[in-house]
Design a protein around this ligand. Structure first.
Ligand code: TXA
Ligand code: MG
Length: 309
């Protein structure tokens, strides 16, 4: 019997299980079970107008959810699946309204974490919102899930997630690709695979964004987040720095310009800052790294902007 068997059983009985992906932990429930999906919204405290991503273990399963998969989507799936890219496509009539929040589209992705793939292979397609209470940062460690849902909550522990920020969400319009939520896979990569024009539509001050999730303020740490140059240091601030620092204190963390590492750790640092009672989280600007890490830059700025002020 595989060590996943008890978790698979929970899903088959209509329950919910937290599972690791390469981006953040997800909260899994059978994508065809309306009561289990209801339980997901209740457990997270999630607004019912925010649709869920269906997680698959192979491309063939997409056909049960989507009427026709456009050729360009097939090309991108071949290239980036399994991986942190979510496709929003016209849904089949049978797809539950609670999954799509009544929209005519459904979001799909195949995660690349081996435990996620093995789990979904055994359960069948799962809805998988990030496994946090609404209003908390997405979990990047099993212990974050426990913080939000308690020690007894069923969690498949897959260690720290690699990417740390949620998947890129894309849709298609005319001959364009629309990025609705920026993530590790950025505009440049999507363009070089397809040759199509890429439109970025995820501004934070839009009341009716293409992707409903973008309108929720998400997480604001108790600490006040600032994004500006650092001149002096104090003990009640957590510093997330790009430049090397000569200040060796626990509250001064240096990324030395590694935006990949900052993406991986950002949500964990937010949670830590609140546990440790810091009054401020001071992020040293990294605009000069934009051309070196365009996708991580966009994704990080999108998440950080939601916490400022
Ligand atoms: O990396 C991820 O995507 C993680 C892991 C667990 O896979 N999942 C995740 O799910 O971030 P969630 O529910 O926290 O965010 C899903 C996002 C929301 O912003 C939602 O509005 C958007 O996807 N979304 C889902 N279905 C959509 C649809 N049909 N049209 C537009 N946006 C959609
Ligand atoms: Mg989420």
């Amino acid at each position: 019997m595989s060590d996943l068997a008890p978790f698979v059983k929970i899903i088959h009985e209509g329950g919910i299980v937290a599972f690791p992906t390469e981006t953040v932990y997800g909260l899994g429930a059978d994508a065809w079970d309306p009561e289990a999906i209801q339980r997901i919204f209740e457990t997270k405290g999630r607004p019912s107008d925010n649709p869920l991503i269906v997680h698959l273990s192979n491309v063939k399963e997409a056909e049960d959810f989507v009427e026709v998969i456009p050729e360009v989507a097939k090309l991108l799936m071949k290239h980036f699946w399994p991986g942190p890219l979510t496709f929003v496509l016209p849904k089949k009539r049978e797809v539950l309204d609670s999954v799509t929040a009544g929209l005519s589209t459904v979001a799909l992705r195949i995660p690349s974490h081996p435990k996620a793939l093995e789990f979904i292979k055994q359960t069948g397609p799962l809805v998988g919102p990030s496994a946090n209470r609404s209003g908390k940062p997405s979990p990047t460690k099993a212990e974050h899930v426990k913080e939000d849902f308690g020690d007894d909550f069923p969690i498949i522990d897959g260690g720290s997630t690699k990417v740390g920020l949620e998947s890129t969400v894309i849709g298609f319009q005319d001959d364009h690709i629309i990025i609705m939520r920026p993530g590790k896979i950025g505009a440049d990569e999507l363009k070089s695979v397809t040759g199509l024009k890429i439109i970025e539509e995820y501004t934070n001050n839009d009341d009716t964004p293409k992707s409903p999730g973008q309108k929720y303020s998400h997480y604001k740490p108790q600490a006040h987040v600032v994004y500006k140059g650092i001149s002096t240091f104090n003990d009640h601030t957590m510093y997330l720095m790009q430049s090397a620092s000569h200040v060796y204190q626990d509250n001064v963390i240096c990324y030395n310009g590694d935006l990949k590492q900052l993406s991986k750790e950002l949500y964990d640092r937010f949670r830590q800052a609140d546990h440790l009672g810091y009054k401020h989280i001071h992020i040293e600007p990294f605009d000069d790294l934009r051309s070196r890490y365009p996708a991580y830059y966009e994704a990080l700025m999108n998440r950080i902007q939601k916490t400022l002020g």
